[in-house]
Structure formats: C-alpha cells, structure tokens
Design a protein around this ligand. Structure first.
Ligand SMILES: NC(=O)c1ccc[n+]([C@@H]2O[C@H](COP(=O)([O-])OP(=O)(O)OC[C@H]3O[C@@H](n4cnc5c(N)ncnc54)[C@H](O)[C@@H]3O)[C@@H](O)[C@H]2O)c1
Length: 249
C-alpha cells in the first residue's frame, strides 16, 4: 500500500490532489488545521475510492508538532511514498506594509515546514525504498508579487533543487509545481479588492482561462507517479503558458 501525505489537504488544490492520488491507489494522510473539512474529506476518500484515509489536524506554523506528526504516520502506516507540501499563505503585498511577525509566519508555513516535513519523513521514505516529494510553489517566482509570498515560494524552489540533488541516491524524486493565479478561494481577498484581476490573468494566459485546482492536482499526481520516474529537480509550470508573460498586477 502506497501512502501520500498532503499538507493543506482540505483546501482547493489539496483536496483535488487527495482525490486524484486516491484514484491512483494511494492511501491518504490529510494534514490541515481545518479539522472538520479534513475529517469530512477523509470520509469521502474512504467511501469513494476504498482507500485508507486519515485526517491529522496540525497547524504547520507549530514546527515542534511536525516530528510527532510523522511519528503518527509511522505508527499507522510504517512508510511514506509521497509528500505533497501544498499548504501556503499570503500576506502584505508591499514592502512598506510588511509586518515582521507576518513575514516570519509566511516563511514558516511556506518554506520551513516543508523542509522540516521532508527531514522528519525521510526515514519513512527510505523504508519505502524511495518516493516522490512535490512542493507546491507558484508562478510568482518568475514575476514577483507580495514580498513575503514571493520570497517564500522562490525559496521553496531552491529547496526543491537542493533536495533533488541530495536525495537522488535514496531514489527520492523532488519536484515543484508552479501554478499561476487559480480560480480558487485562496484568491478571494485579492479578487474582492481588485475586480479586474481575474480577467487580467486570463488575458496574459495563452490558453485564455484561469487554472483550476484539478489542473494543479493533475500535475502533482503525474509527478507522484511512476510515469515521472526519471524526473527530479524540475519545476512544472501549471500556468496555461502564462509563465511566459509578465505579471499583470
Ligand atoms: N490559488 C492560487 O491562485 C495559487 C496559485 C499558485 C500557487 N498556489 C499555492 O497552492 C497551494 C494551495 O492553495 P489553494 O488555492 O488550494 O488554497 P486554499 O486556501 O484552498 O487551501 C490551503 C489549505 O491550507 C491549509 N493551511 C493554511 N495554512 C495552514 C497551516 N498553518 N497549517 C495547516 N494547514 C494550513 C488551509 O486550512 C487550507 O485548507 C498554496 O501553497 C498556494 O500558495 C495557489
């Protein structure tokens, strides 16, 4: 039985990924601070796909909770085949508005927690004989947007590359996906504040639409699968071609 752990698993991209990986036969560990939504998704996965699924309610900004989290995975499943570092947050956009606590929180959730989860999960992946780590970065590493968010997601790409080089000998592949602006609740705040933004993103996208959570989940499921068996250290843009265009705002 292959096990996949997805952080932010109860959110838009996370839940679409959980469904796709469950359809591919993975048993699923959903990690999210939204406990009720995570439990309800685990129920759905067991019912709809016949896989094992558990929800672990953890706030990833509590770094001390991450090793005990992996200990629970070890006790329950004894191995880990796929780690999807998907949870993320944004914050103040402009440098003048940056608050240091918020800056630290963004870097903790988007960059430090993924690194800590890899560190804590390594023995379980080695026990499985290898595996796949997929970090959910963002197109912003190419174009820039909010300072904390862009810095954290660019750092996550650096982490992806460093880990790919270090963990190849363990048969652990490490890749990132870089989605562009999605049609998802994650963007509700900025879309509410800037009515034209979603349209502006569609206009810079050669495929002429916004991405969906399923678009991103499909790329993650590919990188998690044996179909990507010789791909590591790569950044898969899930942007409809918008990685080639300047940021519209
Ligand atoms: N939506 C977009 O336009 C977009 C574009 C590029 C990249 N991304 C990235 O995709 C990822 C998923 O985004 P989404 O659109 O599914 O967002 P979402 O808000 O729907 O889901 C995020 C999930 O992460 C969980 N989460 C957030 N902080 C957490 C914490 N500290 N501890 C535990 N759980 C936490 C939330 O509860 C939520 O379930 C994020 O990393 C985001 O940066 C999103």
């Amino acid at each position: 039985m292959k096990i996949a752990l997805i952080t932010g698993g109860a959110g838009a991209v996370g839940s679409a990924t959980a469904r796709m990986l469950a359809a591919d036969g993975f048993s699923i560990v959903i990690v999210d601070r939204a406990a009720e939504a995570a439990e309800s998704l685990a129920d759905d996965l067991r019912r709809d796909y016949g896989v094992e699924a558990i929800a672990l309610s953890v706030d990833l900004s509590d770094l001390a909770a991450l090793t005990p989290l992996m200990d629970r995975v070890a006790t329950r499943f004894g191995r880990l085949d796929c780690l999807v570092n998907n949870a993320g947050r944004t914050g103040a956009s402009q440098i003048a508005d940056v608050d240091l606590d918020e800056w630290h929180d963004i870097l903790t959730i988007n960059l430090t927690a993924p690194m800590m989860l890899v560190k804590a999960g390594l023995p379980l992946m080695r026990r499985a004989g290898g595996g796949s780590i997929v970090n959910v970065a963002s197109r912003v590493y190419l174009s820039g947007t909010g300072v904390g968010y862009t810095s954290s997601k660019t750092g996550l790409i650096g982490l992806t590359r460093a880990l790919a080089v270090q963990l190849g000998k363990d048969r652990i592949r490490v890749n990132a996906v870089a989605p562009s602006f999605l049609n998802s609740p994650f963007n509700k705040g900025i879309v509410d504040a800037n009515a034209g933004l979603a349209d502006a993103f569609s206009k810079i996208t050669p495929l002429e639409r916004l991405g969906t959570s399923e678009d991103v989940a499909g790329a993650i499921a590919f990188l998690a699968s044996d179909r990507a068996s010789f791909i590591t250290g790569d950044i898969l843009h899930v942007c409809g071609g918008a990685q080639l265009a300047p940021q519209p705002a």
